[in-house]
Design a protein around this ligand. Sequence first.
Ligand SMILES: [Zn+2]
Length: 321
Amino acid sequence: VRRCAAGVDVGGTKILGTVVDRAGEVRSHIRVPTPAAGEAVLDAVAGVVLQLWEAEPGAAGGAVGVGMPGLVDRAGVLRYAPNLPGVIDLDVAGGLARRLRSVGATAHVVVDNDATCATAAEHALGAAGGAGDAVMVTFGTGIGGGLVASGAIVHGSGNFAGEIGHMVVDAGGPVCACGGRGCWEVHASGRALGRQAREAAAAGRAPGVLERAGSVEAVQGEHVVEAALAGDAGAVAILERFGEWVAVGLANIANMLDPEVVVLGGGIVRAGPALLDPVQRAFMAAVEGARHRPVMRIVPALFGSEAGAVGAGVLALEAGD
Ligand SMILES: [Zn+2]
């Protein structure tokens, strides 16, 4: 049984690496840009792993976990990655193991979806704290998700479970990056918040947000968060409406899975009560029999941008048991 593992999270723009041990301690942090082509991505990941091993000799030659932004099958092949254009059917597990073998290492490589990795981090060490039934929702360019049922991560038949961002909440609504219409992430992702804020700013309803961004085109979700934290009424109103879209999806999740806790991650969660309060109110109005069921806790994630890397390490440790 190994004591620690390397965890690497590959994002659309950057690759993050860290080492996590069984006590939940996270050590070493390495960050490099994500190259454009698939094989170059694997070269970069191998380079990050070797740097981590050098910094933390206790992890050297041991388990390696990798989180990838897309559909990863049970063999560790990245089948589809909407945010890594041109990367398709990439054998991440095989390609990385081959690269590490070429320098004399026989590491066991585990690869999974990045949001599934983040879920493992929050469930093992973070805000979901070992809950039997839990859901993780991460708000970014899209909405990522991970499900825990009866204490275990739900992988699904093809390892593609938890794609909750593409749950349809607005049949016939706006087109999604996946080609469908009215998916949850069209209305409730970080990117969607930015679009809603630009509309509000253009209509003169969010002067405080507009002032922070400089122009309507420059408005992003983070400007809404900053303005709301400063008590700006226009930003608070944007988050109220946005929170209703978040709650629609959470109610669907609660009706289907009945989790005891839902962990929300991503930069917009920094807004705190300005986001969580309207979400909680709208959720109670939307879920079946709200007053006749235990309160589902809706809490912010403990791990920030490192959740995917930490969780990849956690999955690698668990796989090595
Ligand atoms: Zn979609």
